[in-house]
Design a binder for this molecule. Structure first.
Ligand code: SAH
Length: 342
């Protein structure tokens, strides 16, 4: 059975070459054909000896995703629905902003965590994505745009830290000079709060950005919107985040979806201030993007401004995320939800 070359690391490909008595430097050449020059077969790899090209052809194939739907928003955001080899579907998003392109990637088909405001878990969890499937989203979007991709955010479907190994393998390729060459500080992992994953990530020696989907600083409230909080409550989550910040010297971001009338009161802001006391962090306020059936309301404009201003008074680094791609259902899982409902 042929193997998918995009599931290999540089070292693993080097090992394969060694076993087959080829010099190790061909590993970098092959990967740069795949990820930089976007080669879709081995025959075009002109600096690889013909015999090795033939051998690679016999042992490997180069997978790609099947684009089944593409939506372009008035604001330039593009949403993609890709089909995998087993016919499962995933979503990825391109968010252009001031000449820079951010790509939002999925890491799983569906999601296990069933956050109440999120569409990704609505159809349950199917499986993890492979390293290749994570990387192919970047290649798939790359084909559709002229400009370079500058930032990667793991904020699509699934919980990135629940697919830790494939995620880290993909990140090393995204970061590698011979591949996508996107700086570690331009890569963000967003998590609902998997404490073991945060602890492990803190020890990888990477400078990647960590974003915590907090959404409430009150356990009893957070329990009701993020069931994972019943396992990893705030008194477990926060120490791991503080440790991450300390070990990596990165400023962590807390995402806070403002759910109208639910988590936007003074006491919610006070709980948040208390929770992050002494931690150098950023708060990103996200006005709730209404997902059919979620049972929440988008916040009123005044609620958003009030919450932000309250935090600003305490010199917190707080921003409001501008909703993007609203006309094309760009929030996690929404496009797939529609596709599966059809
Ligand atoms: N599982 C990871 C990454 C995927 S979700 C996590 O929880 O962080 C990426 C971000 O989108 C999270 O902050 C999530 O809470 C947010 N999100 C999900 N549904 C949303 C919605 N309907 N409106 C606004 N933000 C949403």
């Amino acid at each position: 059975m042929k193997k998918d070359l995009k599931n290999f690391t540089l070292e693993e490909l080097g090992g394969y070459l060694a076993v087959n008595r080829y010099p190790g430097y061909h590993a970098q050449q092959v990967l740069s054909w795949v990820y930089q020059k976007k080669a879709e077969d081995f025959s075009c790899m002109s600096n690889i000896p013909a015999a090795l090209r033939k051998k690679l052809q016999d042992d490997f194939y180069l997978s790609k995703l099947n684009l089944i739907k593409r939506l372009v928003s008035r604001d330039g955001t593009r949403k993609y629905l890709f089909e995998l080899e087993d016919k499962n579907t995933i979503e990825s998003v391109l968010i252009p902003h001031k000449g820079r392109n951010t790509v939002c990637l999925s890491t799983q088909v569906g999601c296990k965590y069933c956050c109440r405001f999120c569409a990704s878990g609505a159809f349950g969890f199917a499986r993890d994505l492979s390293q290749a499937e994570i990387l192919n989203q970047i290649l798939g979007i790359g084909k559709d745009i002229k400009n370079k991709i500058n930032n990667i955010v793991f904020m699509g479907m699934g919980e990135p830290l629940d697919n830790y190994d494939a995620l880290l393998r993909a990140i090393r390729i995204i970061n590698a000079k011979y591949a996508f060459y996107i700086g570690q500080r331009k890569i963000t992992i967003s998590t609902a709060g998997l404490v073991e994953g945060i602890k492990k990530l803190a020890r990888e020696g990477l400078q990647i950005e960590l974003s915590i989907s907090l959404h409430s600083a009150v356990d009893a409230k957070r329990d009701t919107i993020i069931p994972l909080n019943m396992k990893y409550s705030l008194n477990k989550l926060l120490p791991s985040v503080r440790e991450f910040a300390k070990l990596t010297k990165r400023k962590v971001t807390f995402e806070y979806i403002l759910l109208g009338g639910f988590n936007t009161a003074v006491r919610d802001a006070q709980a948040l201030l208390e929770l992050i006391r002494g931690l150098d962090c950023k708060i990103n306020l996200i006005p709730f993007n209404d997902v059919a059936g979620a049972g929440f309301l988008p916040p009123a404009k005044l609620e958003v401004l009030f919450f932000r201003d309250y935090l600003l008074k305490y010199n917190i680094d707080v921003t409001i995320r501008q909703p993007r791609g609203q006309d094309i259902e760009a929030a996690c899982g929404q496009l797939r939800m529609r596709h599966l409902n059809q």
